[in-house]
Design a protein around this ligand. Structure first.
Ligand SMILES: Nc1ncnc2c1ncn2[C@@H]1O[C@H](COP(=O)(O)OP(=O)(O)O)[C@@H](O)[C@H]1O
Ligand SMILES: [Mg+2]
Length: 193
């Protein structure tokens, strides 16, 4: 049976809202531990990662760890006018504040756009993923639009809880950019790099 992206998005957003906050923290830690053990992380010199909000896999410790390891870290800044995003370098979590829709972004005066070509690892959020690397976001296509501009060799890694992995099949649109890996609290559920 094929379910539509819209149906899955709604169902999984609802599921995510109901997650136990304690479990979100525990599982997020596990996911980051798996990532920190991976060569894809320790070899990266410039990591772009989303800043977690609501019940997304938490990424604050990823930012701190990467900065401590002298890596360059950038985070997305959304432009709602044209639904694009661009990476902005941060040197600490104190540069982050809550912006549109509760999204956590660098404070206006601290925005430091970086050349996307310098990024060598992208950490991507999602509402749901399938075990083949396909992703469903919030439905605005921000990441599809941004990721298509990158060199395809740059690994795109989705972070998710097991409860966000979808068994149902959905129709993948031609603009959807697949992940190269998906990490959950149980380890890689998909790895293609
Ligand atoms: N690369 C792109 N260029 C232009 N429009 C795009 C692009 N990627 C996505 N879109 C548009 O964004 C909208 C949402 O895309 P969708 O894949 O459903 O969202 P999401 O990836 O957030 O789940 C679609 O209507 C699509 O037309
Ligand atoms: Mg998409």
């Amino acid at each position: 049976m094929t379910t539509t992206k819209e149906e899955i998005r709604k169902l999984f957003l609802e599921k995510r809202r109901k997650l136990d906050p304690h479990e979100v923290t525990i599982h997020s830690r596990k996911i980051l531990e798996h990532l920190f053990e991976s060569p894809i992380f320790y070899q990266a010199k410039h990591i772009m990662t989303y800043m977690s909000y609501q019940n997304e896999v938490q990424t604050d410790d990823l930012v701190s760890k990467a900065i401590n390891l002298q890596k360059v870290v950038s985070v997305p800044v959304c432009n709602p006018k044209d639904t694009t995003l661009f990476p902005s370098q941060i040197t600490g979590l104190s540069m982050i504040e809550k912006g549109y829709f509760g999204l956590r972004e660098p404070k206006k005066e601290m925005i430091r756009p970086v050349d996307p070509k310098k990024i060598d690892l992208v950490i991507v959020p999602g509402v749901a993923f399938d075990p083949k690397g396909n992703r469903i976001g919030h439905g605005k296509g921000y990441y599809d639009r941004f990721l298509e501009t990158l060199n395809p060799l740059v690994p795109k890694i989705g972070l998710a809880f097991q409860s966000q992995i979808v068994r149902e099949h959905w129709h993948v649109s031609q603009w959807d950019i697949p992940m190269d890996g998906i990490m959950t609290e149980e380890g890689w559920v998909y790895k293609n790099f």
